[in-house]
Write a protein that binds this ligand. Structure first.
Ligand SMILES: [Zn+2]
Length: 235
């Protein structure tokens, strides 16, 4: 066995590298997510459907024009996807966003989506939350997607201006009003005439993405589409 491989085995023995989805040790050659998990993740494959048959597109019908509504995985409680999102959001594992974004971006590129967008923009965190967490969990996904699709991404195109109060006790209209006022386009020249792909970690009601899409269209974006790591069923 060559020395570097021996050394890497020794390091793995001391600091076992585990899969970010299932916590099982990674085999040599596996990075971040094991082959077994990659084969078994609950992919939506909605990008393979005609837009009219994509069930996620309905969340924006009658509200505003969203060209493509894309989500990589189905969010299932207590499963691998919940674990991955937890690692990304609360354990500092930004590799989750980068890896899943890269894989999804490559799949979308193979399906012809590269020519559908000009710019990838993550949903921003409020500066206070950003200071607490140290990173925006949507950034790494945007970065991964940009690499996979071969497109530019811009972390600061959108800004969040007001702290959002707790969403849990509000009805749908109140939730929409609560988020609709808090986004702003930082520099209209960056988005003017651009077909923007807005990205976030999870799609639930779509209210946050809708609010971002509204300000982008108002600032002169030619088109908006959305992509998330996972989609949760509506409650
Ligand atoms: Zn795994």
């Amino acid at each position: 066995m060559p020395i570097p491989a021996l050394l890497s085995d020794f390091v793995s023995l001391l600091f076992p590298r585990v899969c970010l989805a299932c916590e099982e040790p990674l085999a040599r050659g596996e990075e971040h997510i094991c082959t077994n998990c990659r084969a078994q993740l609950p992919y939506t494959d909605y990008h393979k459907l005609p837009p009219a048959e994509n069930p996620l597109a309905r969340r924006f019908w009658g509200k505003l024009p969203v060209k493509h509504t894309l989500s990589y995985l189905r969010f299932l409680r207590h499963g691998r996807v919940q674990h991955l999102l937890h690692q990304l959001k609360y354990q500092g594992q930004q590799e989750v966003g980068r890896v899943l974004g890269h894989w999804y971006g490559q799949e979308l590129a193979e399906a012809g989506f590269t020519s559908e967008f000009d710019l990838i923009v993550p949903v921003p965190l409020h500066p206070r939350k950003l200071a607490q967490r140290g990173y925006n969990q949507a950034d790494s996904f945007a970065e991964g997607l940009a690499t996979g699709l071969g497109l530019p991404w811009q972390a600061t195109a959108l800004q969040r201006t007001t702290h959002t109060s707790s969403q849990t006790r509000k009805n749908r209209l109140q939730r929409w009003q609560n988020v609709s006022t808090v986004f702003a386009v930082a520099d209209a020249n960056v988005v003017l005439g651009q077909r923007v792909l807005i990205v976030d970690d999870v799609l639930t009601t779509g209210a946050t993405l809708e609010a971002c899409a509204n300000v982008l269209l108002a600032a002169g974006a030619a088109e908006v589409s959305v992509a998330t790591i996972a989609t949760a069923d509506r409650h």
